[in-house]
Design a protein around this ligand. Structure first.
Ligand code: SF4
Ligand code: SF4
Ligand code: SF4
Length: 352
């Protein structure tokens, strides 16, 4: 497609018609702050943090929603822009009740980071008199709308990314709030607890229930791994403190899931630390399991397979493997069954 040209902070840059000003900034390494922008979804221009100055325009424009135009002259850090962004941070802080000291998002909150970046030391506006009770009557997600900035990222994550359509904007004006159908708690709604809205929330309005109080973001290590549940192979971060998994999030820039996870992958990690996990093989003796060494267990399995094969032929033996092991392990298992045992009776739990 033919390229067009604009001037960005005094420098000529080219772009592809159809790109937004924000995209042009990002592709040229020009940082523009955002709160509501969720890559890959429809721009909403809700938070007004990405305001920039376009020469000739009557007002500052939201760069996430404004198409770049040939010949535009754009300033992203002019005095007007910086004053407006600082004002927006103040307005967002005044619209809710923010106590960073006790907030679960402290250290991992975009609003807090922007308040610091734009030097907001006090808020000039009267605080909202609206308080919302915290909703935590489900096992996975805590909703605290006193900290919600109505950016709408959760709505886009639910409706456009996961396509669950469980939440939307409800009420109007100062009453506006993110709601499920009938403004029910998540537990009584169409929510499937995929947690995508939590991952998208830039502040402490949506948080993982099991992670609360388990450690600040700077106290945890992030370890990348593959989800152990099904064969899709979603990429995830384990947030680990003191060798314990305190939270799981999706890896946003990697296939196949690009940040998305299902309820099992995101919240079903308790088994990792379960004291009930098997740590040695078990052999059933007179109806009861007893602990065994790997040599004992493998010798027994080999003897049973040999006996079954001798008595009824190789096709009397079947092998079932698991989506929780790696492709390489599954490959070796089918090889063992076909070449070692001599049967094609081999299957996998993800097909059942
Ligand atoms: S949501 Fe962010 S700004 Fe608000 S209290 Fe929590 S950390 Fe502070
Ligand atoms: S947990 Fe998933 S389904 Fe439920 S509201 Fe959030 S994004 Fe929608
Ligand atoms: S709950 Fe979070 S993501 Fe949703 S609108 Fe409020 S601040 Fe934005």
């Amino acid at each position: 497609m033919a390229k067009a040209e604009l001037t960005l902070n005094g420098k000529k840059v080219s772009f592809t018609p159809g790109q937004t000003i924000l995209e042009v900034c990002q592709q040229n390494g020009v940082e523009v702050p955002t709160l509501c922008h969720l890559a890959g979804t429809t721009p909403t221009g809700a938070c007004r943090m990405c305001l920039v100055e376009v020469k000739g325009a009557r007002t500052l424009v939201a760069s996430c929603a404004m198409p770049a135009g040939d010949g535009q002259v754009i300033e992203t850090e002019s005095e007007k822009v910086l004053i407006a962004r600082k004002l927006n941070v103040e307005l967002l802080l005044a619209s809710g009740h923010h106590n960073c000291l006790t907030c679960e998002a402290n250290g991992d909150c975009k609003l807090q980071a922007l308040a610091y970046q734009y030097g907001v030391e006090s808020v000039r506006f009267e605080k909202s008199d609206r308080y919302y009770p915290t909703e935590d009557d489900n096992p996975f997600i805590v909703r605290d709308f006193s900290r919600c900035i109505l950016c709408g990222r959760c709505v886009q994550a639910c409706n456009e990314v996961q396509v669950n359509r469980a939440i939307g904007f409800g009420y109007r004006g100062t009453e506006a709030k993110i709601v499920t159908a009938g403004d029910q708690p998540y537990i009584n709604s169409d929510c499937v607890f995929c947690g995508e809205c939590v991952q998208a929330c830039p502040v402490g309005a949506l948080t993982e229930k099991k992670a609360r109080g388990k450690g600040r973001s700077w106290e945890t290590r992030k370890i990348r791994t593959t989800c152990p549940y099904c064969g899709v192979g979603c990429q995830m971060w384990l947030h680990v403190k003191d060798n314990q998994v305190v939270k799981v999030t999706g890896v946003e820039d990697a296939a196949p899931n690009y940040g998305r996870l299902c309820v099992k992958g995101r919240f079903g990690y308790d088994f990792v630390q379960s004291p009930e996990r098997l740590t040695t093989p078990l052999i059933k003796v007179r109806g009861k399991f007893k602990q065994a060494t790997w040599d004992e267990a493998l010798d027994l399995v080999a003897a049973k397979i040999k006996a079954a094969r001798k008595e009824k032929g190789a096709n009397a033996v079947a092998g079932l493997t698991s989506a929780r092991v790696t492709n390489e392990d599954n490959y070796l298992f089918q090889k063992l069954m076909r070449v070692g045992v001599g049967t094609n009776n081999v299957d996998h739990c993800a097909r059942l």
